[in-house]
Design a protein around this ligand. Structure first.
Ligand SMILES: NC(=O)c1ccc[n+]([C@@H]2O[C@H](COP(=O)([O-])OP(=O)(O)OC[C@H]3O[C@@H](n4cnc5c(N)ncnc54)[C@H](OP(=O)(O)O)[C@@H]3O)[C@@H](O)[C@H]2O)c1
Length: 443
């Protein structure tokens, strides 16, 4: 019988995959939860190149050849893994055979997907089977959507009774003294996401209605498309994002399971810890705005959103977008991705401006309390993504008994009560409380 590895990184030769490999190698040791690792992809020579890039010590790592167009090769890969880390995208095109094979094999699965339609479709089609087979599937263990989910939960935890939150607005600001550039596959995922937006609407219409959390006070007003947020010194604009949709799913799963999800083999101490964690999470209205110190960047962000929305709907428009990504994304996406220097000089800050009431028994129309928190780290798309994915993977390997037996879930509902936030903090993604203010009075 073929050897079973703790982790198989699928799509290891891709842009994100190679950063994930580099991060995984830091934790590969006989004393770590990660004792064995294999790399999988379409081409073994590209996997060898990845290893050369990721480590100067040339470790001997087994390679598995697997292609999403060859279901047998994907099933073979899943049968050789305790946990598959999937970095092959766009997930709309390549993700389903991998989820299907992992569920069938009963192995666990995490990915870096940022595509709401894929995540929700997998949940609708494979959740019951994943529960039955004991396969834990968590999509979105990446820059989109873990800083948003865990940053929101960190803010919500600061609202100590009798205070209660009403809304949390996140402001995501990516910074660099060089260009901030993304790799083509992310642009491609966004273009096809817009082109097929109707699939998501149709899926949601045909799925079970999600539970809506009850939130004290009124829903926040819509506000302008672009605002100057003086607290952070940034221009900010709304964007439709996977972050908000993943957060909504987590809050709805929390509403259905107020004490969170029971671990397959958790002891009473862990059960008490899980229930105590979720008792601190009081839901709030949530949104994400893209922020920039410079209004020209914000305006070019609006132009990029418009160009994808308008051109993405038509075949000829998509052809233009996908053949000239650098031109039509106004320099934000490149076919060969950012350079190592561009990645090294990039960083992000995500502020969470929470507003609510100092006394849950005295909820008025206007919030009277503000709590500002922040999550920050180095480059989001690749460095932060690889840190998040590997820390989630280490928790799955180390604490499998504390996690649900199986099913398709969001990162927040699975990893919320675990040590993930502390682990991210220790690995360079910091969570800080900036201020707690009674509106008009500093406290
Ligand atoms: N959520 C987030 O924050 C976040 C962050 C980063 C990336 N992502 C997502 O991650 C995905 C990958 O992005 P990327 O920039 O790494 O893309 P990439 O550089 O194009 O890598 C894609 C990988 O998929 C592999 N692949 C393509 N078709 C395949 C097939 N039929 N069978 C097996 N493997 C196949 C490629 O293999 P070859 O090397 O053989 O071509 C490559 O390893 C995208 O969907 C992106 O949106 C999300």
């Amino acid at each position: 019988m073929a050897e079973v590895y703790d982790i198989v990184i699928f799509g290891a030769s891709g842009f994100t995959g190679k950063y994930v490999v580099r991060e995984a190698l830091k934790f590969l040791s006989p004393n770590s939860p990660l004792k064995s690792l294999a790399l999988a992809g379409r081409s073994s020579s590209k996997l060898v190149e990845t290893l050369k890039w990721a480590s100067s010590s040339h470790p001997t790592i087994p390679l598995i050849v697997a292609d999403t167009s060859d279901p047998l090769s994907i099933r073979r890969m899943a049968s050789q893994a305790k946990l598959v880390l999937n970095c092959v995208g766009p997930f709309r095109f390549h993700g389903e055979p991998v989820v299907a094979a992992c569920v069938e094999a009963g192995c666990d699965y995490l990915d870096v997907c940022g595509e709401p339609e894929f995540m929700e479709r997998m949940e609708a089609f494979y959740h019951d089977k994943a529960v039955e087979m004991g396969s834990l599937v968590v999509s979105g263990c990446a820059f989109v959507s873990v800083p948003a989910e865990f940053g929101l939960m960190f803010n919500l935890k600061q609202w100590v009774s009798p205070a209660v939150p009403n809304q949390v607005q996140a402001y995501l600001c990516e910074e660099s003294d060089k260009c901030i550039v993304g790799n083509f596959a992310t642009f491609e995922s966004a273009v096809y996401g817009v082109a097929n937006a109707h699939d998501l609407t149709k899926l949601r219409r045909s799925s079970r209605k999600r539970a809506r959390p009850s939130i004290p006070g009124c829903a926040p007003r819509k506000g302008p498309i672009i605002e100057y947020q003086k607290r952070f010194g940034v221009w900010a604009m709304k964007r439709p994002s996977a972050d908000s949709t993943v957060v909504r799913r987590t809050l709805s799963m929390h509403k259905d399971n107020p004490g969170g999800l029971q671990g397959i083999n958790e002891d009473p101490k862990q059960a008490r810890k899980r229930i105590a964690f979720w008792s601190q999470i009081k839901p709030a209205h949530f949104g994400v705005k893209i922020a920039s110190k410079n209004i020209v960047d914000s305006l070019s962000g609006i132009a990029l959103g418009l160009s994808i929305r308008v051109l993405g709907r038509f075949a000829i428009g998509r052809w233009l977008l996908l053949n000239f990504p650098y031109v039509f994304s106004l320099g934000r996406f490149r076919k060969n991705g950012p350079t190592d220097d561009e990645i090294a000089s990039a960083s992000f800050k995500m502020w969470f401006l929470g507003r609510g009431f100092s006394d849950a028994n005295n909820v008025s129309e206007e919030p009277d309390k503000e709590i500002i928190t922040r999550v920050m780290g180095s480059d989001g798309g690749y460095v932060t993504t690889s840190i998040i994915l590997i820390q989630c993977a280490l928790i799955v390997l180390k604490q499998r008994g504390d996690l649900p037996k199986g099913g398709i879930f969001t990162p927040g509902i699975v990893f919320g009560p675990t040590e993930l936030q502390d682990r991210l903090h220790q690995n360079g993604i910091s969570f800080d409380v900036i201020s707690k203010t009674c509106i008009y009075n500093q406290i």
